[in-house]
Design a protein around this ligand. Structure first.
Ligand SMILES: [Zn+2]
Length: 235
């Protein structure tokens, strides 16, 4: 095999490995936030928030596209203050992802109108005026969003909807409590734990990545068995 070819395969394998290790780092961090209430509360202080109103995401028009504004904790507290709400409301947010730099992303619905919702719904048009955006039906905006944003918003919407629909225990009828990350709800009286059945948008891509990684590795080792990841020095 030529030197060029070998370099090419090494680079490709390295690229896959880097993607895989980034994924693993992010997955580990998200897992920690789902399990550790204090770590998640801490992440809420430095994280960013995607806003929804009755399950419609906040979007900003930019030419023919939509941008997805994200609020910092301070911006969110400022907004809540203007509508007579305190930061307690932030406890309703759910974890939807994180960046490579471990910046946690949360989604928060401030306008749920369902019968099960215990919190006050904030006025939509006043919020839109304050935020310089609009709460738009996700399906309506789908083609004006990039694929990363739309996957994230669909996951967030599904998770918010699930929480809204599982406010009460189906066995005891008692109110259920959400953990900080929103990865489960617990009924304090019957101790039943409810887990959301929400498709995680990253799952598919990592499955593909793993397959590709396995295939590349096989190709490489078959072609040049003596120079696997640990080259053997020939005397
Ligand atoms: Zn119960």
């Amino acid at each position: 095999m030529s030197l060029y070819c070998r370099t090419f395969f090494r680079r490709k394998s390295f690229g896959c490995y880097r993607l895989l290790s980034t994924y693993v780092t992010k997955a580990r961090y998200l897992f920690e936030l789902k399990e550790d209430e204090e770590a998640c509360r801490k992440a809420q202080k430095t994280g960013v928030f995607y806003l929804f109103h009755d399950l419609d995401p906040l979007l900003q028009a930019s030419g023919h596209r939509y941008l997805v504004p994200r609020l910092s904790r301070a911006e969110l507290e400022g907004l809540l203050g203007k509508f007579g709400q305190d930061s307690q409301r932030i406890e309703d947010s759910v974890l939807v992802g994180c960046s490579e730099q471990q910046e946690a992303w949360f989604a928060l619905d401030l306008g749920l109108k369902s019968a099960s919702s215990s919190r006050a719904s904030l006025p939509k048009s006043e919020m839109e005026a304050e935020l310089g955006g609009s709460f738009i039906k996700l399906r309506q905006a789908l083609f004006q969003l990039n694929s990363v944003d739309s996957s994230l918003l669909f996951t967030a919407q599904a998770l918010l909807r699930w929480h809204d629909g599982h406010q009460f225990c189906s066995k005891s009828g008692q109110p259920t409590q959400k953990n900080v990350a929103g990865s489960k709800r617990v009924c304090p009286s019957s101790k039943i734990i409810y887990y959301p059945q929400v498709k995680v948008w990253k799952k598919l891509s990592i499955e593909k990545l793993r397959k590709r990684w396995a295939w590349k590795w096989k190709t490489y080792s078959t072609l040049r068995p003596s120079t696997g990841p640990f080259p053997i020095a020939h005397s």
